[in-house]
Design a protein around this ligand. Sequence first.
Ligand SMILES: Nc1nc2c(c(=O)[nH]1)N=C([C@H](O)[C@@H](O)CO)CN2
Length: 118
Amino acid sequence: MDTIFIDQLSVDTVIGVYDWERTIRQRVVIDLEMGFDIRAAAADDDVALTLDYKSVAKRVIAFVEAAEFELVETLSERIAALILDEFDVTTVSLRLNKPCALRGAAGVGIRITRSRAT
Ligand SMILES: Nc1nc2c(c(=O)[nH]1)N=C([C@H](O)[C@@H](O)CO)CN2
């Protein structure tokens, strides 16, 4: 299977378990890899035949900006489920980094891979 990816998508959202985190917006940085057969689109050079990464990015940004989860786990699972539900992809791998969460670390977060239920 081929892969269409989006790297380092930065979005500000309400995320965190502590009271002070419920009152601010924090940055999360998302890497996505989506399984999609690109051959038909490449043969016809037609964006209508592929997974439009701009459409995926706009949908993910809108979802994350409106979200108010506590855990990075929950946000990650919900983004993966949304992509599998709304776009014609077979798998989605997602890495979500919360770069300002932990003093002394460049980031913390989650990496998951989910597939469409058969
Ligand atoms: N496994 C997790 N551990 C922690 C999370 C989380 O979402 N998943 N969140 C926090 C706090 O919100 C932290 O990011 C604040 O700096 C702590 N541990």
